[in-house]
Write a protein that binds this ligand. Structure first.
Ligand code: ATP
Ligand code: MG
Length: 274
């Protein structure tokens, strides 16, 4: 029997019947794997995460989660809905879509309390997660009155507090300051060491090697054009440039013009710009 967590075969998805977002996705995610999904704007990354979170369902093709087909009817039964929701957590790219409670504290406690987790354990998890993100002082604030980075931290805390087995993160480091980014990477790696599966969509090439064992690159055709190890893919600057993941800058030095890849990826692989 397969140990795969997710298996996607020939998955297609079109919004409103006219805006194609995924075309023929074949993908396997193993339990405990750290996966990065990269690609240009509009290439289908967020749509894929929404499919993996059971928020939308393919027009054709199959999505399996732990061997069972994930379809709309899988969520009609309260018990299986709750079980899936307790195992899989998605942090949205846009925190405004996710945040809806009157206070930050309510927001972070909503998920675990809805899932019926033990209240003492939830209180301890709340203390820990708010300390990690440095948002304890925001507990009584209204989420929609926070800065974008603060909203992002609250949205992340609201998912991590329930400690789901599978974390789906949509651009988690966008707009975070350097220290928070570092702390988040440390936290994700501790989660991974504890056996969690982490699937991250990101434009942040600096963090890919630190958060992923395997990378899937989406093309403009909204399908996976290449999968591989982060170091192999990040070293291929021509490929990254072709797929709009880095850009080449022209610079003048000593009267001659040179083209350098802009330092959006790991410094071992690229020149730094002066
Ligand atoms: N709600 C929507 N209604 C209609 N079309 C949509 C909707 N959301 C996304 N799309 C379209 O689906 C395609 C894939 O979008 P998606 O948001 O998955 O891309 P992405 O790779 O996450 O992009 P980004 O890097 O900008 O976050 C795009 O062409 C987009 O225009
Ligand atoms: Mg997106």
């Amino acid at each position: 029997m397969s140990t795969a967590l997710y298996e996607l075969e020939g998955v297609r998805f079109t919004y409103l019947g006219k805006f194609p977002a995924l075309t023929d996705i074949n993908l396997t995610v193993e339990k405990g794997q750290r996966v990065a999904v990269i690609g240009a704007n509009g290439s289908g990354k967020s749509t894929l995460l929404n499919i993996l979170d059971g928020l939308i369902f393919p027009d054709s093709g199959v999505v399996r989660f732990c061997g069972d087909v994930l379809e709309e009817t899988s969520f009609r039964e309260e018990r299986s809905n709750r079980l899936f929701r307790s195992r899989v957590g998605l942090v949205f790219q846009n925190p405004d879509i996710q945040l809806f409670c009157p206070t930050v504290k309510d927001e972070i406690l909503f998920g675990p309390l809805t899932l019926g987790l033990d209240t003492a354990a939830v209180a301890a998890a709340f203390d820990e997660i708010t300390a990690i993100f440095g948002i304890k002082g925001l507990a009584d604030r209204m989420p929609h009155q926070l800065s974008i980075g603060e909203k992002r931290k609250v949205a992340m805390a609201a998912v991590l507090v329930s400690s789901p087995d599978v974390l789906l993160l949509d651009e988690p480091t966008a707009g975070l300051d350097p220290r928070t980014t570092r702390d988040l990477i440390g936290l994700l790696n501790r989660y991974h060491a504890g056996g969690k599966t982490i699937i991250t969509a990101t434009h942040d090439m600096h963090v890919v090697e630190e958060i992923a064992d395997v990378v899937h690159v989406f093309s403009r055709d909204k399908t996976i054009i290449r999968s591989g190890r982060p170091d192999d893919i990040l070293a291929d600057t021509k490929f990254l440039e072709e797929h709009n993941l880095i850009h080449i800058h022209a610079h003048s030095h000593d009267g001659t013009t040179h083209a350098h890849p802009h330092q959006h990826v790991h410094h071992d692989h690229l020149h730094k710009n002066p």
